[in-house]
Write a new protein. Structure first.
Length: 642
C-alpha cells in the first residue's frame, strides 16, 4: 500500500479547546507520526481564511487525507468534507477528531489529562485516515411530492409553502377538521385576529392550490421505502355525512341524536352530540359523526338523507419523496388534587379559562357564581423540579396575561392575582406585561422550594404563597376562580412518530439533528419536523419552523434524485448463515432476507441503512462489516488510543 500523506489541523476554538488543552503539545506529539506530512494549529479551523489555507495546503502538498481536531462533528463534519472536495480530494477520506466535547470540556479540571486524551484522540483519527478509502454516494430517484402529517397551523403553512414551490403535497390530518389548537382560540395575543380567522384564511389558501390533496379523519398506519420514495399506507375513517346534506335536515339529525359527550374542542366545559361541527366555519365545512360514541340507532338517518351510517373506512397508498411531521402538542392535564384540580369545582386550566371568557359577555359566570377575584398559578406542568417536564413551555406567561387583560376589559370589577416563578414574556410580548401592570394586576413570585397552596373551604378558595418580591411575606388571596397555567406536553398518541422511528429528546418532543445547524432535520433521512411536535413554541415560531421544514423537504425532492451516504453495512454472503440476529438489531429495517441456490443470506437496503453498526456486533460468523468503519480501521484506532 502506498504510504499516505496526511495533513492534521488542531483548532484552538477561540479558547474553548486551548484553555484546557495544550494544542501546541498535541501538534508536536502527532507531527512525528510517519504518515503525517504536515501538522498545524489554528485559532478557528472553521473560518473562511483557514478553509482557504487548507485547500491550498492539500493541493500544494498533494495530500491524500485530512484530519481536523476541533469541536463536535455535528457542527463541522460537513464543513471540512466540503473543504476536501474543493481541494479535489474525495470527501470521505476526511476524518474528524472531537477534542472539545471529548477532551477540553469533559476534563476542564485537568489540563494535563485533557491534553493527553486529545493526543490519543488525534492519533486515533490519523490511524483511521490511513485506511480511509474514496467512496461514492448512493443515488436514489426522488418523487417531487411531500406528505405533511398534521393539519394544524404549522402543517397548513408548510403545505402552502411547498405547493407554491411546485411540489405535490399530501396533507394528512387525524382529526375530522383542520386547524389544530389554533382553531380552538378566539382572541390571540399581539394581534387583532382570532384563531378561527387565521385558520379560515389558511384553509382558503389551501383550496386555491390544485397540487394539495387534503385527507382529514385519516392517519398513516404503515410506511416503507426510503428518502426519495417513501410509500405510505393511510387509513381514512368515514364522516358518514355526504356533501349533499341540507342544513335544515342536519339540524334535525343533531336534535334527535340521543348521544351527548364532553366536547374536547371546548376543553370539556360543554357537551356535544355524536353528530357535530364545533363552530360554523370549521373546515372542511362538512359535519362528522363520531364513530367512537355513535350508537348507530339510525335516528339521524331517518331525518337527514345525507347521512349514511354504512360507509366503510378506506385504505389508500401514496408514494412521496419526503415527510414533514407537524403533529402538534397536548395541553398538560394536572393530576387530581394538583393545586385543587378535579377536587375543587372552581379550579380550571388556562385553556378552559380562555374558552370561558371567549364565550361569555357582560358577566363572568362559572358554576352558577359570578367571578370577581381570579388567581393564576403559573408553571403548572412546566419547569417541574419533581417531575418530567423540566422545560419552560414559553407561551404560557404571555397567554395568561393576555387572557387576564381580556377578562378585565370584558367584565366588570375583575381583580387578577398572578402567582408566578418569574415572568417570561420575551420580545414584544413585554408590552402585554406592561399593560397588565398598568391595569392594576398584582404579581406575587414564589420559588420551586415553596410552591403555592390552594385550600378550598366550601365556595371559598384560599391561595397562599411566600412572596419573594416582599422578602418572603406570606400572601393570602381569597379567589372565586383559580386558573392553572398549564404548559405544553408531547402528544400522548405517538404512533406515527414510532412508525417513522423519529428520535425524541429528554423532554419527549421530537429531536432535531442540531438546533442551530440542522434545526428541522431528523436523523431519519427525508423526514423533517415543524411546530410544537418539536417543542413548545408560539404561533409565530411555529410558522417560521414550518416554513423552514418546508424549504428543507423541498430541497430533498427538488433535484429529482437524492444522494445518500455510502457509510453503510456490507455483507460477506459466504460467511452469512442467516440467523436473523442482525435483522432484530437493525433499528431502520434495512436488513432483508434473500435466498439463492437454496442458501439464505442477508441483503442490505443501501438507501435505508445508516451505517449505525447495530448489526455488526451481533453477527456471530463476523459476516458484517461497515464501510468506513471496517475492522482494520477500528482496530488501528484502538491501538492508537491504547
Amino acid at each position: 500500500m502506498k504510504k499516505k500523506k496526511i495533513g492534521v489541523y488542531i483548532c484552538h476554538c477561540g479558547g474553548n479547546i486551548s484553555d484546557y488543552v495544550d494544542v501546541e503539545k498535541v501538534r508536536q506529539a502527532v507531527e512525528g507520526e510517519e504518515i503525517v506530512f504536515l501538522a498545524k494549529t489554528t485559532m478557528f479551523a472553521c473560518s473562511d481564511a483557514n478553509q482557504r489555507d487548507m485547500v491550498a495546503d492539500i493541493k500544494a502538498n498533494d495530500l491524500d487525507s485530512v484530519v481536523v481536531a476541533s469541536c463536535s462533528p455535528k457542527l463541522h463534519l460537513l464543513t471540512f468534507r466540503n473543504v476536501s472536495q474543493r481541494a479535489d480530494l474525495n470527501k470521505y477520506t476526511y476524518v474528524h477528531a472531537n477534542i472539545r466535547e471529548q477532551a477540553s470540556w469533559a476534563h476542564s479540571d485537568n489540563k494535563e489529562g485533557a491534553t493527553e486524551k486529545a493526543i490519543r484522540l488525534v492519533k486515533a483519527a490519523i490511524a483511521k485516515a490511513n485506511f480511509a478509502e474514496p467512496l461514492e454516494t448512493n443515488k436514489v430517484e426522488a418523487k417531487k411530492s411531500v406528505a405533511v402529517i398534521g393539519g394544524g397551523i404549522s402543517g397548513m403553512k408548510a403545505a402552502i409553502s411547498l405547493a407554491d414551490k411546485g411540489c405535490d403535497v399530501l396533507l394528512i390530518e387525524k382529526e375530522p377538521f383542520l386547524g389544530g389548537r389554533v382553531a380552538q382560540w378566539d382572541s390571540l395575543s399581539t394581534t387583532t385576529k382570532t384563531g378561527k380567522e387565521v385558520i379560515g384564511r389558511l384553509y382558503n389558501d389551501l383550496m386555491k392550490r390544485e397540487n394539495i390533496t387534503i385527507l382529514t379523519n385519516s392517519e398513516v398506519i404503515s410506511n416503507k421505502g426510503s428518502v426519495g420514495n417513501i410509500s405510505l399506507k393511510i387509513k381514512k375513517t368515514p364522516r358518514f355525512i355526504g356533501k349533499s346534506f341540507k342544513q335544515e335536515d342536519l339540524a334535525k339529525a343533531i336534535e334527535v341524536c340521543p348521544v351527548e359527550v364532553p366536547d374536547e374542542f371546548d376543553f370539556h366545559l360543554s357537551k356535544r352530540k355524536a353528530i357535530y361541527k364545533s363552530y360554523p366555519s370549521q373546515f372542511p365545512q362538512i359535519p362528522v359523526i363520531d364513530n367512537n360514541h355513535c350508537t348507530h340507532c339510525e335516528a339521524c338517518e331517518k331525518v337527514c338523507p345525507g347521512i349514511d351510517l354504512k360507509e366503510k373506512e378506506e385504505i389508500f397508498e401514496y408514494s412521496v419523496g419526503s415527510v414533514l411531521m407537524a403533529t402538534g402538542f397536548d395541553p398538560y392535564t394536572p393530576k387530581d388534587g394538583e393545586y385543587g384540580y378535579a377536587t375543587s369545582k372552581n379550579v380550571i386550566t388556562l385553556p378552559q379559562f380562555k374558552s370561558l371568557i371567549d364565550t361569555q359577555s357582560d358577566k363572568l359566570i362559572f358554576n352558577g357564581k359570578e367571578i370577581k377575584n381570579i388567581a393564576y398559578i403559573y408553571c403548572v406542568g412546566s419547569r417541574q423540579t419533581n417531575g418530567e417536564n423540566t422545560y419552560c413551555s414559553r407561551n404560557c406567561c404571555t397567554s395568561t396575561i393576555h387572557a387576564a387583560l381580556i377578562a378585565k376589559k370584558k367584565f366588570k370589577d375583575i381583580s387578577n392575582f398572578h402567582f408566578n416563578r418569574g415572568l417570561r414574556t420575551y420580545g414584544k410580548q413585554e408590552i402585554l406585561y406592561a399593560d397588565s401592570l398598568r391595569s392594576g394586576d398584582l404579581y406575587f413570585q414564589f420559588n420551586e422550594d415553596s410552591l403555592p397552596t390552594v385550600n378550598a373551604d366550601g365556595n371559598n378558595i384560599i391561595v397562599k404563597c411566600y412572596d419573594i418580591l416582599t422578602t418572603g411575606k406570606e400572601i393570602e388571596v381569597e379567589a372565586d376562580l383559580v386558573v392553572l397555567v398549564t404548559g405544553m406536553v408531547p402528544r400522548s398518541d405517538n404512533k406515527v412518530g414510532s412508525l417513522f422511528k423519529i428520535p425524541k429528546g429528554r423532554d419527549k418532543f421530537y429531536n432535531e439533528v442540531h438546533m442551530k445547524l440542522r434545526p428541522v432535520e431528523t436523523v431519519i433521512d427525508g423526514v423533517t419536523i415543524a411546530g410544537t411536535c418539536q417543542g413548545p413554541k408560539n404561533i409565530t415560531e411555529s410558522v417560521n419552523s414550518a416554513l423552514s421544514a418546508a424549504t428543507k423537504s423541498y430541497s430533498i425532492v427538488n433535484k429529482g434524485e437524492v444522494e445518500s451516504e455510502p457509510l453503510i453495512a456490507t455483507i460477506d454472503k459466504e460467511k452469512c448463515i442467516w440467523c436473523g440476529a442482525c435483522e432484530a438489531a437493525c433499528p431502520f429495517d434495512a436488513i432483508l432476507k434473500y435466498e439463492e441456490d437454496g442458501k439464505a443470506f442477508v441483503v442490505i437496503n443501501n438507501s435505508v441503512c445508516k451505517g449505525c453498526g447495530m448489526c455488526a456486533p451481533v453477527c456471530a460468523p463476523d459476516a458484517i462489516n461497515l464501510i468506513s468503519c471496517s475492522s482494520k480501521e477500528i482496530m488501528s484506532m484502538i491501538d492508537a488510543l491504547a
